[in-house]
Ligand binder design. Structure first.
Ligand code: NDP
Ligand code: X2W
Length: 338
């Protein structure tokens, strides 16, 4: 059994990770952390997240002095913390025997200038960054299996990349036209802390981050083409629906699309090629990506739709896929019956 811990366990993605790890046969989870100043330190995790009410885990305050101890004693450390905290702690956490999976955006962009532009602070951990692997589980399994540090992708990039990569990997898109991604996310994507803009009476379907969201460079970096990405906040708790319009390269039609998606995902049970347009109810609280697409022979455009649960495939269940790859288990272990 591997010793694992979760830092940031009181948040939405952290608590989801705890739930998945408690049901995973290859690991033991005995320690869960919040920040040193947290008002939740000392509380049983089940008092914050009722679904974990039968767990005996208590949230511990993590002081900086304990980082090196965790790095030396744990096999795997999960960071479900704000970008700034992950950035600040990665050097120490990745300096011992532990392998680290970070759910934040702190180590996803290798371009540190783009990082500073989109995240608003300078990246000062080039060494940890250089050994980080991007954890898009279906696309980089070999690299993930050997990684000491994994940057688990963001929620919108997961939906967008799973939809786009079968096409960009085979050069099926017209390079003169950027893919246009419109995506709607539930409010849990903004995290658990209270904020006026995310409160019940304030949320009304609306775009945000237009032409400047930090997930734009992340999507571009890992599909290799520039995109137009527009996120929207919807008045529901969980899930992302991304609708993507692309211009196909000359001569590419429905049959080639079908072949590209089948080839990409035939050995990946968590990506489901659906016969109808995906809907959130089918994926919420699951580790699946549902995809559907249609090509228009007249215009040469195609529309692809992807649905995921932002807290699961967009964060925690994708982190479990990466864990499985790192420990030589099937990627879907602990997520679906195998
Ligand atoms: N929600 C989502 O759908 C997704 C989120 N992510 C990313 O995952 C990470 C976690 O997100 P999410 O679970 O939504 O966030 P939450 O706000 O729900 O939880 C954040 C957690 O981190 C702890 N924390 C906050 N500040 C610090 C700090 N300075 N040091 C240590 N711990 C701290 C919080 O507890 P406390 O403040 O009490 O210490 C809490 O446990 C973020 O980087 C987010 O961007 C990625 C993909 C999807
Ligand atoms: C609805 C909402 O606010 N969503 C978040 C994205 C959450 C996520 O996956 O992204 P990171 O891990 O990159 O933070 C946002 O747009 O900032």
């Amino acid at each position: 059994m591997l010793d694992v811990c979760v830092i940031g366990a009181s948040g939405y993605t952290g608590a989801q990770l705890v739930e998945l790890l408690l049901g995973h046969s290859e690991v033991q989870l005995n320690r869960v952390f919040v920040s040193a100043a947290s008002a939740d330190a000392g509380k049983p995790i089940g008092t914050l997240h009722g679904r974990l009410a039968s767990s005996r885990l208590t949230l511990e305050a993590l002081d900086e002095a304990s980082l090196a101890m965790l790095a030396d004693t744990m096999d795997i450390i999960f960071l479900a913390t704000p970008h700034e905290a992950s950035h600040q702690w990665m050097d120490q956490l990745s300096g011992g025997k532990a392998r680290v999976l970070d759910l934040s955006g702190a180590f996803r962009l290798q371009d540190i200038q783009a990082f500073e532009q989109y995240y608003g602070f300078a990246h000062t951990s080039p060494e940890a960054l250089s050994k980080t692997v991007y954890g898009l589980a279906e696309w980089y399994p070999q690299k993930i299996s050997k990684a000491n540090v994994v940057a688990v992708p963001g929620c919108y990039p997961t939906a967008s990349l799973c939809a786009l990569k079968p096409l960009t990997a085979q050069n099926l898109l017209d390079p003169a036209h950027r893919p246009v991604i419109n995506a709607v996310s539930g409010v849990s994507g903004a995290g658990r802390k209270a904020a006026l803009a995310n409160s019940f009476c304030e949320v009304s379907l609306q775009s945000y981050g237009v032409l400047g969201h930090r997930h734009t460079p992340e999507i571009e970096a890992y599909c290799g083409v520039p995109v137009i990405f527009t996120p929207h906040l919807g008045n529901f708790k969980r899930g992302i629906l991304a609708t993507i319009t692309v211009k196909l390269a000359n001569g590419v039609g429905a049959a080639m699309l079908q072949q590209a998606y089948q080839q990409a995902y035939q050995d990946h049970p968590l990506v489901r090629l659906r016969n109808s347009w995906p809907k959130l109810d089918d994926v919420v609280h699951t580790p699946f990506v549902d995809l559907h697409f249609k090509a228009d022979p007249e215009s040469g455009y195609a529309v692809i739709s992807a649905a995921i649960d932002n807290v699961m495939k967009g964060a925690a269940s994708q982190a479990i896929q990466c864990l499985n790859l790192m420990i030589g288990q099937p990627a879907a272990k602990g997520l679906i019956p195998l």
